[in-house]
Design a protein around this ligand. Sequence first.
Ligand SMILES: Cc1cc2nc3c(=O)[nH]c(=O)nc-3n(C[C@H](O)[C@H](O)[C@H](O)COP(=O)(O)OP(=O)(O)OC[C@H]3O[C@@H](n4cnc5c(N)ncnc54)[C@H](O)[C@@H]3O)c2cc1C
Ligand SMILES: *[C@@H]1O[C@H](CO)[C@@H](O)[C@H](O)[C@H]1NC(C)=O
Ligand SMILES: *[C@@H]1O[C@H](CO)[C@@H](O)[C@H](O)[C@H]1NC(C)=O
Length: 345
Amino acid sequence: MATTMAYKPKGIFEYILIKYRWIFVCFFLLPVSFVYDGLMHLRNWIVFRLNSAPDQHTTKVERVQKQVLDWIESGRTRRMCTARPGWQTVSFRRPAYKGSLHQIDVNLVDILEIDYERKVLRVEPMVTMGQLTSTLNPLGWTIPVLPEIDDLTIGGLVMGTGIESTSHKHGLFQHICVSYELVLCDGSVVKCTKDENHELFESVPWSYGTLGFLTAVEIMMVPAKKYVRLKYEAVNGCATMVEEFEKASADPGNEFVEGIMFSENQGVIMTGNLTDTPEHNKVNSIGNWYKPWFFVHVRNMLGRESAIEYIPLRDYYHRHTRSIFWELQVCNVSDFIHSSLFFYS
Ligand SMILES: Cc1cc2nc3c(=O)[nH]c(=O)nc-3n(C[C@H](O)[C@H](O)[C@H](O)COP(=O)(O)OP(=O)(O)OC[C@H]3O[C@@H](n4cnc5c(N)ncnc54)[C@H](O)[C@@H]3O)c2cc1C
Ligand SMILES: *[C@@H]1O[C@H](CO)[C@@H](O)[C@H](O)[C@H]1NC(C)=O
Ligand SMILES: *[C@@H]1O[C@H](CO)[C@@H](O)[C@H](O)[C@H]1NC(C)=O
């Protein structure tokens, strides 16, 4: 569950901005987010084009290995880290530590293999969630836990951790991982699974890159459908919310469970299932650029008892991407400006 708070405007400027928000949204925010989105896609495309070579995986891993061996030879004076620049991370933390460390290039960006028989997908660590959904969903497949921000990477989600509205059933991101391939600090390449190098396998999640460089991951796949049938239920009272949320999470019939609090006492619980057959007139493509931010859409459910919508699967998965949850909300102007500057810097 998550919380957003109502905000009282300070001063005339904020009052106008909030009261006539549509002007700001239509003539400034929408175009800016449109251009920003375009630039991000262009950046991702360039990073991808410069590095994509799915049939060269072994060679690329050897290149990582070679860099580690060179580091050993050079006397190991500084510790190692990945060379991924700070501006690419989804985390708000600026990894300033990288500047003084020995950087190893691990630009592995490809989906390597889809094994329909074993229902397992093999990917490199810089594959993003957006890349996964755009490749897998049209093929009729998905992964059981798919963290929702487009730019989250496999490497970050394995080494940090990942969670999603299916985690009540399938666990955290590491719980859907079947194997990891790493280059260790002695330059060796190892594979670990729950049967092979078991201790390493269990230690990789949450290790933040301290055990080695991740070079490939095998992940479970499950069949996907075209839509999520999503039910919104407004809930009054914090205790009721917790009770209802626990009930929804304990029900194995609910594939997706999410809750958002909009004040101490008002929230919305969303439960959903996969389906291929939407009801007439109930499809909502929430990902379209002109649609309201998802949390705003959900907030509009507060006055109602309950509602059902059919959301295209990919729109559902990335529902919080455009607004980065409520980070980009206009209510708190200083917060907004701060977060914009942050994202442009
Ligand atoms: C606005 C926002 C929204 C978020 N939304 C979600 C969400 O919906 N679901 C969710 O689960 N999490 C979410 N997160 C948190 C997110 O899970 C972590 O911040 C994530 O680890 C960052 O991903 P990244 O791919 O950018 O990895 P990074 O931040 O670049 O890396 C994370 C860690 O993994 C290490 N690492 C990465 N790649 C490798 C590699 N190849 N070898 C060795 N080490 C490596 C890095 O060194 C670092 O320690 C969100 C965070 C923010 C700021
Ligand atoms: C999802 O499926 C379960 C079990 O069939 C059902 O109880 C629940 O109401 C469904 N939810 C939605 C939103 O369709
Ligand atoms: C608005 O954002 C500023 C800067 O982040 C913060 O100091 C302030 O407490 C916020 N106000 C509210 C009401 O959230």
